[in-house]
Design a protein around this ligand. Structure first.
Ligand code: 4NP
Length: 211
């Protein structure tokens, strides 16, 4: 069964607010929003824009799920046109493949589409994106090794944004799991993406103030 709405999900409209939600703990590895904002590139009209790329191993399960959820959450954001969203994999094994059918089914049941086609993460991603978000510590280690010298791109783990992480840091790989694993991944990605959206909003706000 597919749902055409996501009424039962948390209110995406809160991402249109201008302040970071009280109690939001920012990942310690991230620079302050104002510092990130000071480095953002600007469009021809002067508005800052920000690139966000989610990264997992195969780029067919976890990062396409996070990408699709984040796209859904920012759909109505007043600064939607200032946010570029993508995903990539540390492996090229599934290059060109759409999201895994189980990830798509899990997301579609909640009205979320996963537009991703798998591609490998590459050095230029550190130029093209301001924030690279790894799904697990193995992906993060890979990105740290790939990172070109002098890159100012921000790197973090998605679950650094998860208010219910309770010390856990990885979005577990669901590829060899049953459906429950895909449900768990979706829930983690949703919770984390809400907080991530607030952080991106704060960065763009700071960028607008500085212009
Ligand atoms: P993902 O999941 O990293 O979340 O896309 C995986 C997809 C494929 C494989 C492993 C993990 N694989 O071994 O092919």
């Amino acid at each position: 069964m597919t749902h055409s709405t996501n009424d039962h999900l948390p209110d995406a409209a809160r991402l249109t607010g201008t302040a970071l939600p009280a109690g939001l703990l920012l990942p310690a590895s991230l620079a302050q929003p104002s510092e990130v904002a000071s480095r953002l590139r600007r469009r021809a009209d002067g508005a800052p824009w920000m690139g966000v790329c989610f990264v997992c191993l195969g780029n067919i399960c976890r990062s396409p799920t996070a990408e699709g959820i984040f796209l859904e959450l920012i759909k109505a954001h007043p600064r939607r046109e200032q946010i570029v969203v993508d995903s990539a994999g540390t492996s090229a094994a599934h290059r060109g493949a759409p999201a895994d059918a189980r990830s798509q089914a899990t997301a579609n049941r909640r009205g979320v589409r996963l537009p991703s086609l798998s591609r490998p993460a590459l050095g230029p991603d550190f130029e093209n994106f301001d924030l690279l978000i790894a799904m697990d510590r193995s992906n993060l280690g890979y990105l740290e090794r790939l990172r070109p010298e002098g890159s100012r791109a921000q790197l973090c783990l998605l679950r650094d944004f998860d208010p219910e992480a309770d010390g856990e840091r990885d979005v577990p790989d669901p590829y060899y799991d049953g459906d429950a694993g895909f449900e768990e991944v979706f829930a983690m990605c949703w919770r984390s993406s809400e907080a991530l959206g607030a952080w991106v909003n704060a960065v763009l706000d700071a960028g607008a103030r500085a212009s």
